[in-house]
Design a protein around this ligand. Structure first.
Ligand SMILES: NC(=O)c1ccc[n+]([C@@H]2O[C@H](COP(=O)([O-])OP(=O)(O)OC[C@H]3O[C@@H](n4cnc5c(N)ncnc54)[C@H](O)[C@@H]3O)[C@@H](O)[C@H]2O)c1
Length: 256
């Protein structure tokens, strides 16, 4: 029997590096997974990889209330319940100092990374309570939710903000059996870090990567499955006494 046998999971940002890798880990452990993302072609190929008996997809913009309600309703209609909500969609925004950042850029990052998570809770919590305990909500924050980084203020702000959402939800869900936690990855191999490296040092992304890696005691970036395995622990009943936690997955980067 798998660690997630008979469980249903919704994963936003499900076509991205961390979301899709986690979906594979969840499906391998017996869960049915609904992948939510913007890009239908990427979602379709993700479901092809996972197998239609393990996964399906829903195209949605997580900043949109109707589309959020749409993906929650779709999970309930297709699978009858939601046990696990992995609110993981996120964008990095443009790299640059606060004084040079456009207001629209700040708003865009906050819309996806904060409003999107808040909407997933607003519409996801009633469905999870209807589904019955135990339930697990996992929010992808970042090392940037625990520390400041120059040039990434909107992202850093958004990733701090979701800790507040998580802590509020923990209190509102006290006694229900639905747990809520955040995970805090350091730089992880994939598209997002290529974008941040290039933004920090245009034309010299490789040097930027070495500089970032030098800040990590493990001496390297993490891999998506190293985040996914923590998201699997938090989704499973192995973490039955874990709620309100900030789980670092960072090769020691948050040690200071
Ligand atoms: N990659 C890293 O180094 C790193 C480190 C710490 C935290 N994180 C966080 O992990 C999460 C996943 O990141 P990733 O590395 O897999 O990046 P990624 O870019 O590979 O995946 C993010 C996914 O979110 C989707 N998305 C973006 N905006 C959306 C929207 N409005 N509606 C629906 N989907 C949307 C994208 O299409 C993409 O598939 C993000 O919240 C990110 O901030 C990443």
């Amino acid at each position: 029997m798998g660690r997630l046998t008979n469980k249903v999971a919704v994963i936003t940002g499900g076509a991205g590096a961390i979301g899709l890798t986690t979906a594979k880990l969840y499906a391998d452990q017996g869960a049915k997974v609904l992948l939510v993302d913007l890009n239908e072609a990427a979602l379709k190929s993700a479901v092809d990889t996972l197998g239609a008996n393990h996964a399906s997809y829903f195209v949605a913009d997580v900043t949109n209330p109707d589309q959020t309600k749409g993906y929650i309703d779709a999970a309930m209609e297709r699978y009858g319940k939601i046990d696990i909500l992995f609110s993981n969609a996120g964008i990095e925004g443009k790299v640059g100092p606060i004084v040079d950042t456009a207001v629209e850029e700040f708003d865009k990052v906050m819309a996806v990374n904060v409003r999107g998570v808040w909407l997933s809770l607003k519409y996801g919590i009633p469905a999870m309570l209807k589904s019955g305990a135990p339930g697990s909500i996992i929010i992808t924050s970042s090392i940037a939710g625990l520390h400041g980084f120059a040039g990434l203020a909107p992202y850093v702000t958004s990733k701090h903000a979701v800790i507040g959402l998580m802590r509020s939800a923990v209190k509102e869900l006290a006694g229900t059996g639905v747990r809520v936690n955040t995970i805090h990855p350091a730089p992880i191999e994939g598209r997002m870090m290529r974008s941040i490296e290039e933004g920090a040092a245009p034309g010299a992304g490789t040097q930027a990567k070495s500089a970032f890696a030098a800040l990590i005691p493990a001496g390297r970036y993490g891999n998506p499955d190293e985040v996914g395995n923590v998201a699997l622990f938090l989704a499973s009943d192995d973490s039955s006494y874990c709620t309100g936690g900030c789980f670092s997955v960072d090769g020691g980067m948050s040690a200071g």
